[in-house]
Design a protein around this ligand. Structure first.
Ligand SMILES: [Zn+2]
Length: 374
């Protein structure tokens, strides 16, 4: 399972003497149940004229050998349960590292000095680690879910007293039984609340979703400590023994809606602050400048944004404009830099919050902006 650690490891990978081929593939199945990433990859290889005379198995071109490693990895290692992959390999070396994703990424290849991490950051940043609590009067299940996969599952078993169905008796006896059952449920729910607290302490989910009948959910949430009650983002109904897949299917519309709402909020908050000139900037030039000054608190970007810019070979500053020389030191400029990737790297290095939003949400702000610390 991919994690933030994968991004950080790739981010801090020591610079290689070889250029890196980064390959991102949408490996999800289309409407006619086919995967089309191979077609994309074959077209990408065809774009490189120098590979025309290259031969499979006897590569004269290091890039040809790199692509062949990618094809081989797909054949041997790709797990079809995943919907996206990122593959990195050296051109002229033999290092290869791949990350499989339960979410799609846009098809893309890039050759650069370092592994391209932007699409991975985008796949990871907006999703939550959800704690799913499934409860009825005798059972508790706790699941940690991230990017559509179950990372941990914990079940609490109880030993309830049997409820006699055939026991004869008057109204008084029935009332007693009901009372005993209610007392037992209270006892179990207290224990369940402790278990849920321990689960939260151990796995740090971003929020909790409580699943069960309306009556059980309301009753159980009342037993949770206030900090966990505040974390309950959603409640829903599903059978207590539903499989993780069934639960996820049931909850996916909520998860999707939650991300949409948060993205809209992020875009609105940025726009509002830009309009009121309150600790915010928008557009590439201003955002890039503040980012390099270490003043950014939250970087907000359109998804799949593309922009190239420049990088000063002497002082290392990134610039949104590409003409002239470096305004800071007069140094010579490298003019074909992937500015979006540079900004995401800067944000990850500074551990800045990154929010990706739909392109139309930031169209009026040139696709990028930042909330500032000071
Ligand atoms: Zn410079």
């Amino acid at each position: 399972m991919i994690s933030k650690q994968d991004i950080l490891r790739l981010l801090h990978r020591p610079e290689s003497e070889h250029p890196i081929l980064s390959v991102f593939l949408d490996t999800s199945v289309n409407s006619v149940n086919q995967r089309t990433h191979q077609v994309f990859l074959v077209k990408e290889v065809a774009r490189h004229e120098e590979l025309d005379s290259d031969r499979e198995g006897h590569h004269r071109e290091a890039l040809g050998a790199a692509f062949e490693r990618v094809f081989r990895w797909l054949e041997e290692e790709y797990d079809e349960a995943n919907r996206g992959v990122a593959i990195y390999t050296e051109i002229g070396g033999d290092w290869l590292e791949a990350v499989q994703l339960p979410v799609t990424v846009r098809n893309r290849t890039a050759v650069s000095d370092r592994p391209v991490i932007g699409p991975l950051a985008q796949a990871l940043e907006n999703d939550h680690r959800h704690g799913i609590v499934v409860v009825d009067r005798e059972h508790l299940r706790l699941l940690l879910v991230y990017l559509g996969a179950t990372l941990a599952e914990h079940e609490v078993r109880t030993d309830p007293y049997p409820t006699p169905h055939d026991e004869k008796g008057g109204g008084e006896a029935a009332k007693d039984r009901q009372k005993r059952k209610a007392e037992e449920v209270r006892h179990f729910f207290k224990e369940f609340a402790l278990e849920a607290t321990e689960f939260d302490r151990r796995y740090h989910p971003d929020d909790l979703v409580v699943v069960g009948t309306h009556e059980n959910v309301v009753h159980f949430v009342g037993f949770l400590p206030p900090h966990l009650q505040a974390k309950v983002a959603h409640t829903d109904h599903a059978p207590v023994h539903a499989t993780p897949t069934e639960l996820l299917e049931r909850l996916t519309p909520f998860f999707r809606k939650q991300v949409e709402t948060e993205e809209a909020t992020a875009a609105d908050r940025l726009r509002d602050r830009v309009v009121h000139r309150h600790l915010a900037v928008s557009g590439f030039a201003a955002t890039l400048e503040r980012l390099q000054e270490g003043k950014v608190d939250t970087l907000v970007m359109s998804r799949d944004l593309e922009r190239s810019g420049a990088h000063c070979r002497r002082c290392g500053f990134f610039l949104a404009r590409r003409d002239g020389s470096c305004p800071y030191c007069g140094g010579e400029l490298d003019r074909r830099v992937d500015l979006v990737e540079a900004m995401i790297r800067l944000a990850e290095e500074q551990e800045i919050v990154l929010e990706f939003v739909p392109a139309e949400a930031l169209a009026d702000l040139d696709g990028v902006g930042a909330l500032l610390k000071f």
